[in-house]
Design a binder for this molecule. Sequence first.
Ligand code: ME8
Length: 649
Amino acid sequence: MSKKNKFYVTTPIYYVTAAPHLGTLYSTVLADVVSRWNKVLGKKTFFLTGTDEHGQKIAQAAQKTGKTPKEFVDSFIDAYKDVWKTYNIRYNHFIRTTDTAHVAVVQNWIKMLQDKGDIYKSSYEGWYCTPDEAFVLEKEVEEKPQEGKAPACPQCGRETTWVSEECYFFKLSKYQDKLLEFYKNNPDFFAPKERMQEVVNFVKSGLKDLSISRTTISWGIPFPGDEKHVAYVWADALNNYISAVGYGQADKKDEFDFWWPADLHVIGKDIVRFHAVYWPAFLMASGLELPKKLLVHGWITVDKQKMSKSLGNVIDPVVLAEKYGTDPLRYYFLRQLAINQDGDFSFKELEQRINSDLANDLGNLLNRMVTLAQKHNVENLQAPQSWSDAAQALQKECELTVKDFQKHMSGYSFHMALAVLWKFINKINAFFHAQEPWKLAKQDKDLFIQVLSATAHSLNAVATLLWSVMPTKMDDLFESLGVNFELGKKSLDTLFVWDKQFTLKKIETLFKKIEQEKMAEQKPKVEEKKVEKKVEEKKDQYIKIDDVVKVQLAVGTIEQAEEIEGSDKLLKLRVNCGDLGMRQVLAGVKKFYKSEELIGKQGTFVLNLKPRKMMGIESQGMMLFVQDQDGKLQMVTVAGPVANGAPLR
Ligand code: ME8
C-alpha cells in the first residue's frame, strides 16, 4: 500500500497517577473517531495511545501510597485498558514509557544528539512545575514572588519549586529560525489555525536551550554515559510517537518508514508548546520529518471549572458508561463540544441529546420504518425502477450531506459535520411523515415501497457517516437494514447512488430514552421534597422502616486522603463507591488518623446527604465513625473486603 493511503494518529500519553477521567477519555475518543473515519475512507490506519510513566510527578504520587513508582504505575494500566475497551477505542498499540524497547530508543536518541553536538552539559537554576513537568521560564514569572514563596506556574497556576542542578541541555535556541520558517510554510500544521499565533509569538520572543536531564530525581530513563542523570520526562515521552512505530529498531525499519511522519497528534491545549516547539525541534535535530498536524482541543470543564482531583469534580467514565451507554457519550463529545473551545460537561445536555437527537430523531425513524414494513410483510426491499420527485429531492439532500460531512470531518470540525448530518436526518423524518406511507400501503404499493426504500437508503448513508462516532449502534442499524458494512471497500459516493436492496429486520430499540422523572435537572427538587417530608415525620419518636431505607448507607474504598490547608480537623477523602461513583468526602478526624492510614481502607458512608461546603470544599457524603472509651474516633468498617458501593442492610 502506498504511503499516501496511510494514516497515523496518536493521543497524548497520559500520566498514570489515577484512572482515566472524562478529559483523557475525550482526547482518546477524538483520536478513535479520526482513526475510524480514515478506515471508512479506505485508509490503512495506525492508532497509538499509552501512558507516560516517568518523572517527578509520578514518583511523588507513588511515594504517598508507599508503592514503588513501577508498582504504582502498573496498578493503573488495567483501568486504562478497561475504559478504552468499554468505549470501543480500537488502538493498534498501547505504549508505556517503561517498555524496554522505548527506553533503549530514548537512550540511543540521546547518544545520537550528543555525538551530533546538540546536547551539552551545564547546570540549571530556576522554577519547576511538577504537575506540568515543566521548567518555568524566567520571562514567564511575571512578578517577583514574595520572600520565601514560590511563584505560581504560568500555565496551570499551581505552586512551583526551585530547582538547582547540573544537567544536560538540548540546543533548542539553534532551531528558533528553522521553527519560525516551518510555521510560516506550514500554516496547516495547527488545527484549529488560531493556535499558531501564540506559538509563533513564543518562539519569536527567543528560545533558550532546554534542560533535558534531571539529577534530583531517579525515576526516569538513565542518561547514557552519565547515570547520575535521568532523562527529563518530556524528552522521554515525546519520543513515544517514533519508538512505537519502530524508530531506531533495526528489525522495524520498514515499519517506521511506512508510518512516519504521524498524520495527526491529538492533544489538549495545555501541551501545545511541547508538541509545537520542543517536538519539532527534536525531530529537526534527528533529521526526521515533522508530523503533519496537531489537533488541539479545549478543556472539558464541570460547572465551568477545570476538572481536577483536588476540586473533586472529576467525572468517572465508567459510571457514565453504565448509566448512558458509551456511544451516546461519544456522540455528545463530538456534537456538543466545539473542538476549538472549552466546553462545560452537562448531564442535562447529554440527556437531552440522547432523548432528542438519538432516540427521537434517529431511533424512532428506524423503528417506524421497519415496523411499518413488517406490518405489510415487506422484508426484502428492492430498489424501485423510478423515484418520485420527493424521493429524488431527498436523494439530492443525501448527496449534499455526504459531501458536506466529509468536508467538515477533514477539517476536524466534528460538531459541524454532525449538525449537517442531523439536518439531513430531520429531512428524512419530514419526508417519511409527509408521504404518509401507512396510507400508501393500502392505496399505492409501488409508492409505498419507494418511500421505504428511500428511507432505507438514507439511513444507510447516515449509518456509514456516523459509524466512526457510534460504531456499536451503527452496526445495529446496519443489521436492521440487512447491510453488510465493509469498511473502506466502497467510495462514499456510492451512498447517494440509490440502487441497493435491503433486508429489513426489527432490532431492539436503538436508543433508549432517559425517562423524564430520572432526568438530571429534576433530581435536586426530588431531594428537597424528601427532606421536607422527613422534618414533618420527626415529630413522632419512632421512625419507620421507610426512613431507615431513605438513608443511603454503603461501603467505599478510600483511594486518596489528604490534609486541607488551614484546617486542623479535616481530611479530604476520595472514595470509590463502585457503581455509585467517586465521592469527595470531608471527615473531621485529622487528630485521630494520618492520611496514609486511611488510604486503601474500606469505610462506611452516608451517600445521600445534601452536599455541603466546609473550608470552601464540597463534601459529598459522610463517613461513619464511633467514639471509643478514650474519646478517639474509630472508623466503622467491614469485617472482610466487600464490593465498593455495597449497601448496608
Ligand atoms: O500532559 N479536558 O499527560 P496528562 C480535556 N503526559 N482534555 C483533558 C482534560 C480536560 N479536562 N484533562 C486532561 C500529559 N485532558 C503528558 C503528555 S504526550 C507525549 C505527554 C487530556 O495525563 C488532554 O489531551 O496530564 C491533555 O493534553 C492530556 O489529557 C494531558 O494528560
